[in-house]
Design a protein around this ligand. Sequence first.
Ligand SMILES: Nc1ncnc2c1ncn2[C@@H]1O[C@H](COP(=O)(O)OP(=O)(O)OP(=O)(O)O)[C@@H](O)[C@H]1O
Ligand SMILES: C[C@@](O)(CCO)CC(=O)[O-]
Ligand SMILES: [Mg+2]
Length: 329
Amino acid sequence: MTVSSAPGKVYLFGEHAVVYGEPAVPCAIERRATVTVEARRDDRLRVEARDLTLDGFTVEYGASGDDRPDVDVATPLVEAAMGYVEGAVEQARDAADAPDAGFDMVVESDIPLGAGLGSSAAVVCAAIDAAARELGRDLTPEAVADRAYRVEHDVQEGQASRADTFCSATGGAVRVEGDDRRRIPDAPNLPLVVGYDGGAGDTGELVAGVRTLRDEYDFAADTVGAIGDLVRAGERALADDDVAEVGRLMDFNHGLLAALGVSSRSLDAMVWAARDADALGAKLTGAGGGGCIVALDETPAARTALDYTPGCEEAFRAELDREGVRAER
Ligand SMILES: Nc1ncnc2c1ncn2[C@@H]1O[C@H](COP(=O)(O)OP(=O)(O)OP(=O)(O)O)[C@@H](O)[C@H]1O
Ligand SMILES: C[C@@](O)(CCO)CC(=O)[O-]
Ligand SMILES: [Mg+2]
């Protein structure tokens, strides 16, 4: 039996624009997805995803994919989840040169689903790492990131950046611009607070919406470019340890994301609750549509304000996780 885990992330700056080659700065946070894998004697794949619905579900089917899962939850949900897990298994089989390997897998996670904290990247990174190790193949975090990117790219129908998967695989604060990806050394430990509205957004749909706007209006394309400029300013602020400036730029970034149509009433309400409590900055994180915001606040005020904000289901302080994908057992 092999167990791996990988962290979720928040974006300090740059989501969506990163899909079009602008830079972005995501930071791994101490919330993880954990995948347990056991090789089978046959070529079948059995997946138990305990957190996917309230009751969790288990599916079992052949490697050829001709007998589809028979489960009691909405088909699109199963198809989407299986896309990530099947993709990860395919990558592990390829890495270990074992095309017919079968597995029993259990996926557990404390990263809310579809909420902008990179649950998909964390599940895929942990699953690739665990399945490859179960087959006797150790992958570097960079190799896990690369393979996980291919899976996200497929599931998001060709519209995905390397940001989430690289951040989850390597941990820490990272910078991604197109194919260029690196860790930001000595990133300051920022006082991150997350607010979660209990909802979710469809990453593929939101990315497609921004693409349409950008194709249709030059000023939407300019907005994407402006996010890139803002990210470069944010990187300088990080290098100078200027946390107040990082916060101001996060506020600005939220405004530009809202202009691109990916915020929501509850995300805006949480952003304003944090700002009213004198947070240094606040913005939505990830694809948007619903889910999470991230604020910067050294005091307990923003978190308390979020706790009392109607529509905010949960607020928590998020520590930067300097470790990426890792072997648990
Ligand atoms: N615990 C889990 N078990 C099984 N599948 C999961 C789990 N967590 C996430 N997933 C898969 O990832 C999908 C969510 O990915 P999606 O990219 O839409 O959101 P996210 O990664 O949480 O947020 P973002 O990409 O905005 O940061 C789920 O619908 C499911 O298919
Ligand atoms: C919206 C997006 O930029 C981040 C989702 O967490 C999509 C991507 O980078 O693939
Ligand atoms: Mg995702």
